[in-house]
Each structure stands twice: as structure tokens, then as C-alpha cells.
Write a protein of this length. Sequence first.
Length: 220
Amino acid sequence: RMLRTNLMPMLGAEKKVMAFTSTVLGEGKTFVAWNTAITLSLLKKKVLLIGLDLRIPHLFEYMNLDSKTGITDYLAGIEENIHTLILPSGVMDNFDVIPTGTIPPDPAELLSQNTLDKAIDTLRNEYDYILIDSAPVGLVADTLILNRVVDTTVYICRSHYSNKNNLRFANQLMSENKLNNMLLVVNDVDYLYRPYGYGYGYGYKKDKKNKYKGRGKNYR
């Protein structure tokens, strides 16, 4: 809820699309995006979360989803109606999700298609908030490409995990205005030195060898 409170002044009728990214794998962007969507939906707002991490998506893990269709099918022209891809989150009635779909051979090229702009323009008129789970910006250019349709960027770092160079990289992106309205969020922070925080287990590779090095527990 604290993140929601800090986000609200940056959002509005004309600024409702926010992307969640990080520098590298394992910093918790998908976890933060999912939980932010829930807290926004608690305000009785209509919320949509789109899985646009087209490299190794994890959004489906939060939904126990087996469907292989998603936003990539629309961007590739396989599915013409974006609304057929919208699924209930299973958490709140006013919280919907568009999963990633089939991983494409060239995600950056697919994200450059004007079909994405068309989809976002359509969905802006139907939802109060649109959240995008995007790829780590320190690894690939996908999030920079998405910036054209994004109003606010939530940049995730992880306590006791993220390298100091990650913060320097984020600061560079902010100073160069590479990402719209950047908001830096430190994830998995111990509160009053207790083992409390956001544990999430986001991993950007399938073998899941990336172990948590902090003091809190590691949750999916």
C-alpha cells in the first residue's frame, strides 16, 4: 500500500499506464507488479496487468495458468481482437490479466509493432490502471522500446541483492530521461532489522539457481 500511495500522485486520467522493470534478473519486478495491481484493485478501480516480459515470463506462475496464448499472439497478428486475451486474475473481480503468450524469436521487433500502441490506446479507455510487467532493462532493450506507451516506470532494486552498479545504472537512465517518470522502489527490505519484507523468488532463468542472499525468506 505504501507503493500505491507514492504512485497515486504520478497517475491520473491521462497517466494510467505504468511499467515495472529492474536492472537484472531476480530483483522482484513481477512480484511487485502483481501486488501493486491487487492494491490498486482494492480501491475499486478497474486494473489490467499485461505480461510484456517476452524473454522468460513469470506472470503465469501467479495465476497457475496453462494457456499458451497471450499478448504476443495479438502483436504478431495471429489474434485480431485484444479482448479475447483478457483473463480474470482470480484474485479480484476488477483485476484482469493479459498473459504473455508464445515467446517470439525476436521480442524487440515484436514490441516495436504499432499494434502495441493500438492495443494500449484501446485499453486506456476501458481500465483505470494498466500495469506492464516488462523485461529487465539492464539485460535487453525491450523496456526502452516500450517506453513510448508508458506514463510511469517503476524501477525495482532488491535489498541485499542488487549491486551498487544497478543503482548507478538506474540513475543514469533517470538523468538521461530514458524512461518516463521513473520511481525507484527498493524491494525485500528488512523492517526494523526483523526478517520481514517482500520475498518473491523472481528468477530470470529457468534453472532457478539464482539464490537469495538477504536475510529474509525466499518466496514465490
